[in-house]
Design a protein around this ligand. Sequence first.
Ligand code: HEM
Length: 132
Amino acid sequence: MITFYPDIKLVHIGAALTSGTLFALRGLGLSLGMRWPRVAPLRYLSYTVDTVLLTAAMMLLTILPAGVFANGWLIVKVGFILAYVVLGVLAFQPARARLSRVALYAAALLCFLQVYGIARAHHPMGLLALLG
Ligand code: HEM
């Protein structure tokens, strides 16, 4: 399996960037009061990309030795992913006031950036560790 590690990681990174871009664009559209972000093909595209992202993540997990996660970066990353998913779901709820949806969307985007930074830095501080 280790032979395929670089390819699986590439799929994971590609899916992560696509997933984040789709979320950012759909959230922006909803914040501006547009309807296209809710159309079924876009929603199904998001589900598909997220399934690829998580499948590749599980494959990476089974290949890597546990020592790679020694400083706890993966646990913190999963925590921010959970926050990102919850905030994202709340941000897309049509019943909420627009201002509250925009605030939730902005918070979800910050969580996504932190997930990305943690993954890149292999450090629980994520982007802050990269800056420092
Ligand atoms: C929003 C969701 C996610 C994003 C944005 C994301 C982002 C990334 C990025 C950018 C990398 C490459 C890091 C590098 O250059 O070394 C990476 C690697 C990795 N991710 Fe994710 N990821 C996400 C979800 C997950 C999940 C849910 C898991 C597992 C619980 C996971 C496990 C891993 C593992 C094991 C690696 C390999 C690290 C290495 O090769 O050293 N990721 N992720």
